[in-house]
Design a protein around this ligand. Sequence first.
Ligand code: ACO
Ligand code: V55
Length: 283
Amino acid sequence: MTTGDNDRPIPGGQTVMVEFEDGIAWVTLNRPEKRNAMNPAMNQEMLEVVDALEFDDRCDVLVLTGAGDSFAAGMDLREYFRETDGSPEKFARFRRVAEEWQWRKLRDYAKPTIAMVNGWCFGGAFTPLCACDLAIAADEAVFGVSEINWGIIPAGNVTKALATLMGHRDALYYIMTGDTFTGKEARAMGVVNKSVPLAQLKEETRALAKKLQEKGPHVLHTAKVAFKHIDTMDWDTAAEWLKGKSAELRTGDKEGIRNRALTAFLDKKEFRPGLGTFDRDSD
Ligand code: ACO
Ligand code: V55
């Protein structure tokens, strides 16, 4: 809930727009005339934006969305694919930058992240969609894994994103047919947390962001990272690893939230952990 120092430069400004609002960083993919297709310039700028915001105190929560009627129409088929045909090194460089922000950085990002899917969401857009912690879609949004329609497989970790977000049958259905689905259907399959009419999308997203802002940032980060890494572990490994994470959190919780909250519940009886977040500003 910091506003920070307003004199500092705002990252982005070309193919990505950043606006700060009470600790929420609204990050908008901004090539609406190209349906926010992710070209190499946008990927480079997104990498810089994501890097800059991770430790910027104007950003408690990062919201990723798109300008106009699109979240993102996938990778830019002209600049990312056709124009790199015959230049494998150029493609490899472009791909590295894309992957760096689309999942390597976002997956374990220091700040909580929300994908706000306002419209078209195709192919490569599923990677950052999945890497964001939470997602809210417009009922009217249209999703699709269209790779099969033009003769490629969902790579760039889109297939991994689908395996993470969807059940086996749903994932294979959309990978193999390229059919589209709506925000409402995305909600029903668990691809997004919630789907609301487009007119309410920003307000709903803001409310969710505010809820996250109430939590201790360090415990929030530890909790999400723990969840994202646990599915490759067996029960014994997970238990040992979580024990270590818990201990790490005890030293990293500079605000002493745990002990203050326990006092407020057990001794002062003025707080119920089951019914809401401990007010970190209280004493
Ligand atoms: N790559 C490059 N350019 C794109 C992309 C894209 N992924 N998506 C849209 N554009 C461009 C169009 O070429 C067009 O450019 P122009 O005005 O210079 O001719 C402009 O954006 C508008 O596109 P239209 O198709 O006219 O927009 P419309 O609103 O009718 O349709 C839709 C929107 C459905 C999103 C359509 O543009 C589309 O199918 N885009 C491709 C979606 C897709 O399959 N993406 C790739 C997934 S696979 C992957 O990401 C690896
Ligand atoms: C995609 C494919 C890629 C990539 C990023 O399917 C996204 C979409 C073939 O490489 O780097």
